[in-house]
Structures are given as C-alpha cells and as structure tokens.
Write a protein that binds this ligand. Structure first.
Ligand code: SF4
Ligand code: SF4
Length: 319
C-alpha cells in the first residue's frame, strides 16, 4: 500500500452514522461545493477555505472572559450589545465579529476555552483518516457498514477523494461517495473502481430551473449518472423535496423516468423533505442568513410523491 501525501480539507467526521448508506458508517465531510443550494443544511460545507465559526450558547461573555478580543490581530472582535440571559435578570455581552476584517487566521480559537470559537475546516492526510476509521472496522463488518465520503462536493477535492476511496478499498472497507454529480467526468471514472455505492442527488430535471436555483445546470449531473450506470456502478438517488422547486408531480415523474432508464443501477431512492436546520449553522459563520425559509412539505404530499416513484417499480424511502 502506497502512502499518499495529498491533503484534504475536512469539516466534520461523524462516527456511527446510519443515514449515509448501509449499516453503521463513518461519514467524512469535505469542504467546498460548486453549487449554492438555498436550502443547504450544511452551509459550512460550501466554502473551500477554513472558516471561523462561533456558537453563541458556548460563549461565557466578554465580562467573564473576552480573551478573543485581545487575541485578534485584526481587531475583528469586539463586545456586542448586552442581552438578557434566558431565565435570569442577568445581562451578558456576547462577542461581535466583523467578518469584513476577519481573515480566518484562527488565533482567537486558541484562547477560547469553552470552544465557542472554532475553525471549521481542518487539513488531513489520507493516512490520518485511514488510521482513524480503521479502529471501527469491526462495527462496519458486523453491520454491513463502511465509510461514506461526503461534502460539500467531495469530488471538488478529486485527488484526495480518489486516494481516500482507494485506501479504504485496499483495507476492504465498504465505500460510499455522496456526490452532487456536478464534476468533470474524468473524476467519476477515476473513483468508479473504488466506490461501492454512489449517493447521488437529483434535484430538478429541468436544467434551467436547476441553474436558476442551485447555480449550475443539470446536464453534466445526468450524464455522469448515466456513466456510472453504464459502468456497472450502483446509485442510491437522493431527491430533496423543496417547496416550489422540486416538489411538483411533474418533476418527480421525470425523476422516476430517468431513474428507470438507468436500469438495475438504481438500488434505492431517498426522498429528503425540506427542513430549516441549516439556518442555525448558517448563523455560526455568516452575518446574513441566505438560507431558504419555507414550510416543510406535509406528510401527505411526501406520500403522494413517493407513490409516483413506486409506480415506476422503484424502491423509495423517506428520510
Ligand atoms: S480568526 Fe483571526 S482575524 Fe478572525 S476574528 Fe479570529 S483572530 Fe481575528
Ligand atoms: S474567548 Fe470564547 S468564551 Fe471567551 S468571550 Fe471570546 S468567544 Fe466568548
């Protein structure tokens, strides 16, 4: 086994995950995505660089601490307005971060002992990640699980993702790759022999709508799905059900037709109803929240859409 020196920027590693493929898995989340979906529930994944994040409920306030203010070489942190602590008459001043001055150097995180400030995005080598996941091989074996490489768009860091998947297969670990499909076809060809399952997003079958809302058209995504199917790869299709974007019967019918055209390659379709959990995460790294705010689809609506796909003979679950 050769040792890779390629580094990847990772923003989270979740052990004992049961949502990202079969069995018990470790999911490795990579930074950077070429799409900008307004409902993104992981907005911290979108930028390619490490970013300063702040969790208000962990901050003990500038009266008691305030260490980050002195630590910042750019003068980007100051005391914010005093606000009442919930359930008490006590006032507390949290920090206020001027993002236009911050260059994400991370100096403030080194003095923030409660962990309110942290850098989202850390560099790892493939070897470091392989070492970390290898201790969980017994759980993978027992449950039929493995490792999922996710994002962001993991193939935005194509070389690293390729080396990681290859290293996992060399250790006989089941691999899943969670991808938007919006990537150069050569990246798909490269990872195909080392990817047991593609978790593959199909958001909207109308390319112009897709471009208006996500920032990119869908032709490349559909072509790459065909490429995977023709090469004998397996696809678990994920369809986010987003109000007024992907939730029409027409879109779901076209999605069903497309999946059927891929033959046996599609092993499962997952419907992912919209939720607004991304808003809290967005507030940790940005001043203005650009996440879509909408009413989640009703259970009845989801069941109607599920039935349309099942009528194509597809296996469908809701998450
Ligand atoms: S990351 Fe660096 S520049 Fe940004 S607030 Fe912290 S210390 Fe200041
Ligand atoms: S160092 Fe951390 S806990 Fe202390 S004031 Fe700054 S953000 Fe809050």
């Amino acid at each position: 086994m050769s040792e890779s020196i390629v580094k990847g920027k990772v923003y989270d590693i979740q052990g004992f995950s049961v949502q990202d493929g079969p069995g018990i898995r470790t999911t490795i989340f990579l930074k950077g995505c070429p799409l900008s979906c307004p409902w993104c529930h992981s907005p911290e994944s979108q930028a390619f660089r490490s970013q300063l994040s702040w969790i208000s409920m962990r901050c003990i306030g500038v009266e008691q601490c305030g260490k980050c203010i002195k630590a910042c070489p750019k003068g980007a942190i100051k005391a914010g307005n005093a606000v009442k602590k919930s359930g008490t008459d006590e006032a507390i001043s949290y920090v206020s971060i001027d993002r236009s001055l911050c260059d994400d150097c991370g100096d403030c995180t080194k003095v923030c002992y409660p962990g309110a400030l942290y850098l989202c995005g850390e560099d790892y080598t493939v070897e470091e990640l392989l070492k970390r996941v290898s201790k969980d091989i017994p759980f993978y074996d027992e449950s039929g699980g493995g490792v999922t490489v996710s994002g962001g768009e993991a193939l935005s860091q194509a070389e690293f993702t390729f080396e990681l998947l290859k290293g996992l297969k060399e250790r006989k670990i089941h691999t899943a790759l969670d991808t938007t499909g919006f990537t150069d076809p050569k990246n798909i060809q490269q990872v195909l022999p080392y990817t047991d399952l593609f978790l593959y997003d199909l958001k909207n079958m109308d390319s112009s709508q897709h471009k208006i809302v996500t920032g990119v058209p869908n032709e490349r995504i559909l072509d790459n799905a065909r490429r995977i199917a023709e090469a004998g790869g397996k696809l678990q299709i994920r369809v986010p059900i987003i109000p007024n974007f992907s939730d029409s019967e027409e879109n779901i019918r076209l999605t069903g037709e497309f999946c059927r055209s891929l033959g046996d390659a599609v092993v499962l379709i997952q419907l992912l109803p919209y939720h607004d959990l991304g808003i809290v995460k967005y507030q940790r790294i940005y001043d203005d929240v650009k996440v879509l705010k909408a009413e989640p689809p009703s259970d009845e609506k989801i069941m109607e859409l599920k039935k349309i796909l099942e009528d194509f003979g597809l296996t469908v679950t809701v998450h």
